[in-house]
Write a protein that binds this ligand. Structure first.
Ligand code: ADP
Ligand code: MG
Length: 223
């Protein structure tokens, strides 16, 4: 997938005040790149990732997916891209608390119309690949933070997306667990040739990136 942001801008209005969270960002992400976006808290990282991941609409500017203007697509087409072509990983995992690890990973496969058998086989394979073969029936609260993030990675990879977007994926993790998560992201990028886009403060992630950008007050620049 080739992603291109042109003058991407997101303005939040609260009463009479106005926050320019993402300010005329231009960015090109080619297939197979590993992009890292660093910046202080409140600088617009989450807002930018949500725009790139089609979770949100820009106030102005455009985002192109393989040359197609994503702001012009229907809700249904955007949802399909999010489900099948983009995996999203959140800082606080966002797993469903009532579902076990296996069911959390099966969910996007079910939404994609895979049979029960395909869902189960694929979910088990994914959980094995992140080292959780012996945790598949555990619910999120029965898992450590690192294990929850690994379930979230497995879930994000369920439909074999072309792009994996991760918002401060090691923000809640200790250094040993962070190292494992960085290893997984790097492996997904190298072996599965997935594009990886990560917002982070983590120096270890910066080291494995193919390009590093900095965002300050919504303005993005190449490091
Ligand atoms: P980061 O992820 O780098 O910490 P965010 O993208 O979350 O930054 O936020 C960027 C700016 O936009 C911050 O000033 C934040 O307070 C503001 N902001 C984020 N989301 C909203 C929202 N839904 N409504 C109003 N302001 C928001
Ligand atoms: Mg954030």
């Amino acid at each position: 997938m080739f992603i291109k942001a042109v003058n991407l801008t997101k303005i939040y209005r609260k009463g009479s005040s106005k926050i320019v969270a993402v300010n005329r960002v231009n960015l090109e992400v080619k297939n197979g790149e590993f992009i890292v976006i660093v910046g202080p808290s409140g600088s617009g990282k989450t807002t930018l990732l949500n725009l790139i991941g089609l979770n949100d609409y820009p106030t102005s500017g455009k985002i192109f997916i393989d040359g197609v203007d994503a702001t012009m697509l229907s809700k249904r087409e955007r949802r399909k891209i999010r489900l099948l072509r983009i995996g999203f990983i959140f800082q606080t995992f966002n797993l469903f608390p009532t579902l076990n690890a296996l069911e959390n990973v099966e969910l996007p496969l079910a939404l994609a119309g895979k049979s029960q058998m395909e869902q189960r086989e694929r979910a088990i394979k994914l959980l094995k690949s992140v080292g959780l073969a012996d945790r598949i029936f555990h619910r999120p609260r029965e898992l450590s933070m690192g294990e929850m993030q690994r379930v979230a990675i497995a879930r994000a990879m369920a439909n074999n997306p072309e792009v994996l977007i991760a918002d401060e994926p090691t923000g809640e993790l200790d250094s040993e667990t962070s190292r494992e998560v960085v290893g997984l992201l790097s492996e997904i990028n190298r072996k599965q040739k997935a594009t990886v886009i990560v917002a982070t403060h983590d120096e270890r992630i910066v080291r494995v990136a193919s390009s590093v950008y900095r965002i300050v007050d919504g303005k993005l620049s190449l490091e």
